[in-house]
Write a protein that binds this ligand. Structure first.
Ligand code: PMT
Length: 396
């Protein structure tokens, strides 16, 4: 568990800090919050306190707040600090080393990595003063995330939106990691595939993509270059990850084979459809024409089994989605597919596996006898444990 200091300055995007705090707590980080006075005009101290589980600090000269935890203690406590949103005024103050309010003072005393996520009106963002301040901060090693382009609360359109919460979470986790995947190129597959029946219908499965996306995110935050081949899911792309969207198993196979040469590690978390419709109807099949519809299905290529003979020095990790005799079946799959590790999960469970935020897995090593059990936890945590195991295998 890491200690994350969330700073909030006074802009309309301050409400998104609530989601950031919630996301950090879900990932089992300890969170403390420090705000500017103006931030509390947009979001209440009570909300921030309830979400973080700690009293919120907002005043520099408050005896009661200082006796709870002093501003210097707070700066020393943090493993990483993120200010989201960071307004133009706040960026100007920290770029000039001002210590005229609590949050700016903490930033000055901070020794941990500092991330700022600018959010403001597009013209304020483009102003040379703001750009110069951001340059100064970047040169000092402050990580600047965003802003995004889009419709702004002020009515203007352009750069100035706070980036998505997932991107903020990714930036925090990347800053926390010592970079044990530096130099690795990790190719991850995620989500279901969808096999077209006709122009409107598909055969698919219950995979949400959450497990694969968590692996991609965790690998990126450990310093890897990550290529994510994603089936049709609506999840946001994790911070720093290169995403290729595919629909069918054939497209996934093509994307994996295209990216294989660059990869040093391949993790196949996708639930690839084992069958496709032999002949896709050109027009929508009309229900009035047939009481019984028979589809002929052809077996899809086994992407994992096909890439193993080309694996060279790569580490190849498969998944095994089982509903019975999980370990026994996973051992057989490890043998059959010839990968280095296989991650087995019991997809008959309701609380873990498909389409939920948690998973429980067994990671089987060569021969299937060397088994590491990861009990039920958030998929981000499970992904972290899988990457720990892959690192051990590669370093052995
Ligand atoms: O996406 P989520 O909702 O988060 O759920 C996560 C998950 C349950 C999908 C994931 O943890 C998981 O188990 N993924 C693998 C699902 C699967 O297809 O398992 P399988 O036992 O059928 O396949 C074994 C391995 O072969 C897998 O690595 C799979 O990607 C691969 N495969 C399967 C079929 C095929 N035609 N080509 C393949 O490469």
């Amino acid at each position: 568990m890491s200690r994350v200091l969330v700073g909030v300055s006074g802009g309309i995007a301050a409400y998104k800090a609530c989601e950031l705090i919630r996301g950090l707590r879900t990932r089992e980080h300890e969170v403390r919050v420090a705000t500017t006075q103006n931030a509390l005009r947009f979001v209440s101290s009570l909300t921030l306190q309830a979400l973080s589980g700690h009293a919120v600090r907002s005043e520099l000269f408050s005896l009661s707040q200082e006796s709870e935890i002093s501003h210097i203690e707070l700066a020393d406590w943090a493993d990483v600090a993120i200010v989201a949103p960071a307004t133009a005024g706040f960026l100007a103050r920290i770029a000039h080393g001002m210590a005229d309010d609590l949050l700016a003072t903490i930033c000055l005393a901070l020794r941990a990595p500092l991330i700022v996520a600018p959010a403001m009106n597009v013209n304020m963002y483009r102003h040379p003063a703001t750009q110069a301040n951001l340059d100064v901060l970047a040169k000092r090693g402050v990580r600047i995330v965003g802003p995004d382009r889009g419709e702004l609360a002020c009515g203007w359109e352009g750069e100035g939106r706070l980036v998505a919460v997932e991107e903020l979470l990714g930036a925090v986790e990347q800053a926390l990691d010592p970079g044990t995947y530096q130099g690795e190129v990790v190719l991850v597959t995620a989500g279901p595939t969808a096999e077209a029946v006709d122009p409107v219908r598909v055969l698919t499965n219950r995979s949400s993509g959450k497990m694969g996306f968590a692996l991609a995110e965790q690998a990126a935050r450990r310093g890897a270059e990550v290529i994510l081949v994603a089936g049709p899911v609506g999840l946001p792309t994790p911070y720093g990850v290169q995403r290729m969207n595919v629909e069918s198993a054939a497209q996934m196979q093509q994307a994996v084979m295209d990216a294989l040469d660059r990869a040093t590690i391949v993790i196949m978390a996708a639930a690839v459809a084992d069958y496709r419709v032999a002949e896709r109807a050109r027009e929508k099949i009309k229900r009035e024409t047939q009481d019984v519809l028979t589809l002929e299905l052809l077996r899809n290529p086994d992407i994992l089994a096909e890439l193993v003979p080309r694996k060279g020095g790569r580490t190849v990790v498969g998944f095994a989605a089982e509903t019975e005799r999980v370990l026994e079946n996973a051992r057989a799959k490890l043998e059959r597919k010839g990968c280095d590790l296989i991650v087995a999960n019991d997809v008959a469970r309701q609380d873990t596996g498909f389409d939920v935020d948690r998973n429980a897995v067994w990671i089987l090593g060569p021969g299937g006898n060397d088994v590491v059990e990861v009990p039920a936890a958030a998929k981000q945590e499970v992904a972290a444990r899988i990457l720990d195991r892959i690192r051990q295998v590669r370093d052995a």
